[in-house]
Design a protein around this ligand. Structure first.
Ligand code: ATP
Ligand code: MG
Length: 418
């Protein structure tokens, strides 16, 4: 895409009331637009990154047998009243129509997915089934100071699975945990899984997937020698104590953000909706249910927090809005301009995603914007590179610079570029 055509521009200042680093940078770079505390619109660059995160999640959910749907977000109040959540879930946004009919905005969708599954699952032969969606959620959060990491409207992937036996549930639960680690890794992040009781949802074991960052709102203790990790709220062992799992190391304390979680919901929702299926032995049984969430916008904010430096955002290649930031410094030199235009055509013809800074602005401004936008590889075309016959290519992460011909550059960018 030609940057001269991009309707968003970078800006020097973020809104005064924006205290989080992720939102400050994303707003300054023109990725998102703040509507109010906890509510953001996604602009072309921001949407590209969000869509890439969603695509990674979709691939991994499909790979374990998830079936994608798009459920309503404007909900009737009846199912929420049926489970008691209408009164017990404090973050539920409730609306009233002109005729005083009551509605809820989706904050999680057990109340919607369970009746859908009940409609189609009649026999044990219809199980297991895993239904997921990627879309907007609404929560009346009291504190919304973490930018896109804690929204009142935010993106989430939520999946719900239904099983005949605890054994089959456990098999799928393990597959989801594995898929989650893969998703975080593909987004450039390292996540740790904490074991916790299911809180409001159930007494069963749940896992929270934590990413270490000072911008997180949770405190965890973890072991450097094994995968032990626990939320300080519930941990029996504290900082400095020996790891209860491997006994080799002393626990460290850190701030972290919950980037996802998985819950064993047992039979709570099928019971609430009287959802039974015909078991192999002819009896009517309630399926066992699991639910699995990942905050997509939170994940995007987390990546910004973890990798950004004093100059701006640093995207991992897998979720960058574009792979290459092609910057022409022609200063009116037509030969340089032509060379840059040709490289742009060449790279895009090879399927490489390029943001082409073809604007007529000073070099210093182009570099500052480029650093702020945070694309993985900057390729500069100037009189100097034209004379040398090689392009100046620098990596946003780490800052390494090398001079490459067009052929070498294409070789370098062969997928999977990372
Ligand atoms: P938290 O403790 O941070 O409020 P939660 O336990 O309420 O999270 P869930 O209800 O399990 O979270 O939602 C699933 C996932 O959705 C979370 O793991 C998180 O990644 C994301 N998420 C939850 N609340 C928000 C929010 N307000 N803004 C952005 N993402 C969120
Ligand atoms: Mg919450």
């Amino acid at each position: 895409m030609r940057q001269s055509r991009l309707f968003t521009k970078t800006r020097r200042e973020a809104p005064k009331d924006e205290v989080s680093k992720n939102a400050q940078l994303l707003i300054r770079a023109g990725y998102v637009h703040k509507e109010m505390a906890g509510v953001y619109s996604y602009l072309p660059l921001g949407l590209r990154t969000l869509a890439k995160i969603e695509a990674i999640i979709r691939e991994e959910m499909d790979a374990i047998g998830g079936q994608e749907v798009r459920m309503a977000t404007l909900h009737p109040s009846e199912p929420w009243k049926q489970t008691g959540a209408w009164d017990s879930v404090d973050v539920l946004f409730k609306l009233q129509s002109r005729t005083e009919k009551e509605y809820a905005l989706g904050q999680s969708e057990e109340e919607i997915v369970t009746p859908i599954a009940a409609q189609y699952v009649q026999s044990y032969k219809d199980l297991p089934v895993a239904i997921y969606q990627i879309g907007q959620k609404y929560r009346d959060e009291l504190r919304a100071k973490s930018g896109i990491m804690r929204g009142r409207e935010f993106g989430m992937k939520d999946m719900y699975s239904f099983h005949e036996t605890q054994q089959d549930f456990d098999r799928f639960y393990a597959a989801v945990k594995k898929a989650y680690f893969k998703i975080y890794e593909r987004c450039g992040l390292v996540a740790k899984a904490t074991e916790a009781s299911g809180g409001a949802f159930s007494e069963k074991i749940s896992y929270e997937f934590m990413v270490l960052t000072d911008a997180g709102e949770d405190d965890i203790v973890y072991c450097s020698s094994c995968d032990y990790c626990s939320n300080v709220e519930v941990a029996k062992e504290g900082e400095g104590e020996l790891c209860p799992r491997c006994g080799k190391d002393h626990l460290k304390k850190a701030k972290a953000v919950e980037a996802g979680n998985v819950f064993d919901l047992g039979q709570k929702y099928p019971k609430a909706f009287n959802f039974t299926y015909k078991a192999e032995d002819g009896t009517d049984k309630h399926p066992i249910v699991g639910c699995y969430g990942i905050g997509t916008s939170r994940l995007m904010g987390t990546v910004v927090e973890v990798f950004a430096d004093e100059k701006g955002i640093v995207w991992p290649a897998s979720i960058a809005p574009f792979t290459v930031h092609l910057v022409e410094l022609s200063g009116g030199n037509e030969d340089v301009k032509k060379e840059a235009d040709e490289l742009y055509s060449d790279l895009t013809a090879h399927g490489i995603e390029v943001l082409y800074d073809d604007r007529d602005v000073r070099a210093g401004e182009k570099f500052a914007d480029s650093d702020l936008l945070g694309l993985p590889l900057r390729v500069v075309v100037s009189e100097k590179t034209l004379a040398a016959g090689k392009f100046e290519c620098s990596h946003r992460a780490g800052g390494k610079t090398e001079f490459l011909s067009a052929a070498e550059l294409l070789e370098h960018l062969r997928p999977p570029y990372a």
